[in-house]
Design a protein. Sequence first.
Length: 509
Amino acid sequence: MAAATTVPVLGIIDQLPLLVVVVPMIAAPLCVLFGNRTIAWILTFAASLASLLFSLHLLLQVMDGDVVSYWLGGWGPKDGGIAKGIEYRIDAANAFVLVLISLISTIVLPYARRSIEFEITKVSHTLFYCCYLLCFTGLLGVVATGDAFNVFVFLEISSLSTYVLVAMGAERDKRALTAAYDYLILGTIGATFFVIGIGFLYSATGTLNMEELSVRLPELGTNRTVQVGFAFVVVGMGLKAAFYPLHLWLPGAYTFAPSVVTAFLAGTATKAAIYVLLRFLFTVFNPEMVFNTDALSYLLIPLAVLAMFAGSLIAVFQTELKRLLAYSSVAQVGYMALGIGFLSTTGVTATMVHLFNHGITKAALFLVVGAYVLRAGTSFTDRLAGLGRQMPWTSAAFVIGGLSLIGVPGTAGFISKWVLLQAALEKDWWWMGLLIVASSLLAVIYVWRIVEILYLQQPRAGKEIAEAPLSMLVPIWILAIACIWFGFATEMTIGASETAANSLIGGRS
């Protein structure tokens, strides 16, 4: 691996680490200020597209292992002292996640116009776009910042706006209010744990800059304050990432939120939290100091395996398609946790690949469910009989997403699980490989059950259902094609993930 170098900030193009976050942040209040839902959508889409272009440029800059460092206001460390300013620090790991978040956002926004017209009253549309942009800003900020306390700030910006977005689902189902409340309580607990952990680290080191923390923490050795801070950070972000058994907020939030909100959150929110966890586990904390007994591995791997099986088994018995996919997400997060638990470069690579591939797959599936809600008025499986013939394009996209979820060869999901299998076999854990395959086969059961309902059951008598509108089909199929494309064109996903893993874990195996 080439030695990482810091790219100096020279011109306007090098302001991108800041602009990727600031552009949607500025656009958010403008949506409400103009008070016109068409203008609000244009602003939201333009800001999201701009962030996508900025993220892609940043990823290209750091794919060779370089690091882009941007100090706000020029308040960087002077004469070897502790930094007093806030740094935005971009490497392959967070640039990859920035691309995922902005890509999902840009794709789902054309879909959002028609979807929210059906699910949210018109008077709330400008508020929706404002909260959406704030959530988007928070997720980007969490990933881009190099300041530990700033992670907490952006985490709260994202979370508070997400609670409002989930609660907007109450216009169709009042249970969305309960789901938003549960999410608020558990999300607040997770954020509190995280900020307490940051407080312990600050008290031990006197700095909040993550790069400086990574240098100062090893000097403290087996410091009890640092170890307690580590525990608080892991539990707090584990809750935000919906690691089993800290996932209780996720099924309700995904089930009762407006469809486009569910698709966006499923593709981005837990992924940003997993990135933060990776960053703290392998960059901020010295692996040899924290993992000297591999205690984290012994904790994460059993819980990850439980998530892989429990999430899929619960999904099998769900009668509501959104809730089925929500429990499937719990299982898929388990695969990412398993990759982390291997504590190897290949394991982290598998986590990063699956983070991206699952993001596009689950976003596609939830967009399909939103189309069913629009046309059939529900996502209960017994009301979807025969929609494979009445909504052929929409249902075909569901099949592709389902195949990727299972991990069938030729899909993005297969690549994720193949790299995870390699990580298991590297450790000569052939039995873990069998568990990965067995848990994937459980996905066949619930995916096939939906396919059977869509294609093999008779449509409901006397009810003609039209295909989804083109404005919804295009985003659905962009993501469906991506599920196939990244099953073959793996240079970008695996290449970026390997570079990201090396930047995070430093070659540990």
